[in-house]
Design a protein around this ligand. Structure first.
Ligand SMILES: [Fe+2]
Length: 160
């Protein structure tokens, strides 16, 4: 007899943690790859960080800011830091993987990315879990996915 399975979709905190994990792994991959592949992996990382940042800015941070004065400060600080990292990554990609300073600069940027993700997981995500009802957290995960898919569609349209 087939057993009944309940499929549980991720809530926004699970989805964001998973994205952090993918970003951490891409940082490791970029650092460990040889020149030819590095450019491709860097572009993948740039896209992952950009979509993650977009999802957090449009869906996660506003909800955290609504949790109260502490949430407001935490989300605002996190948003500024995330935008800064996103910009630094764009600048570094512009500099290019061939540049003699690339590896050193990338190492410090990936440290900043890791620290930022750890801070969010420690300070920001628990606020979502403790202040936002579970069904809302699940709806937020779908809303974030929609925003990211639309952004990807937009990028594809631009390359046509
Ligand atoms: Fe994040």
């Amino acid at each position: 007899m087939q057993s009944f399975k309940i499929v549980v979709s991720p809530d926004i905190v699970d989805a964001l943690r998973r994205e952090h994990e993918q970003i951490r792994q891409l940082c490791v991959d970029v650092r460990g790859s040889e020149r030819g592949r590095k450019k491709y992996l860097l572009a993948k990382l740039q896209q992952a960080v950009h979509l993650h940042q977009l999802g957090e800015t449009t869906v996660a941070h506003p909800a955290v800011r609504n949790t109260g004065p502490r949430g407001d400060a935490v989300a605002l600080g996190s948003q500024v830091k995330g935008a800064q990292i996103d910009r630094s990554l764009t600048e570094l990609a512009r500099l290019g993987v061939e540049h003699p300073d690339f590896d050193t600069r990338f190492a410090s940027l990936s440290d900043a990315l890791r620290d930022h993700a750890a801070e969010q997981e420690r300070d920001e995500f628990p606020l979502l879990r403790s202040h936002v009802p579970a069904d809302r957290l699940h709806m937020m995960a779908s809303a974030m996915r929609d925003v990211q898919i639309m952004a990807l569609d937009g990028e594809a349209a631009l390359t046509l």
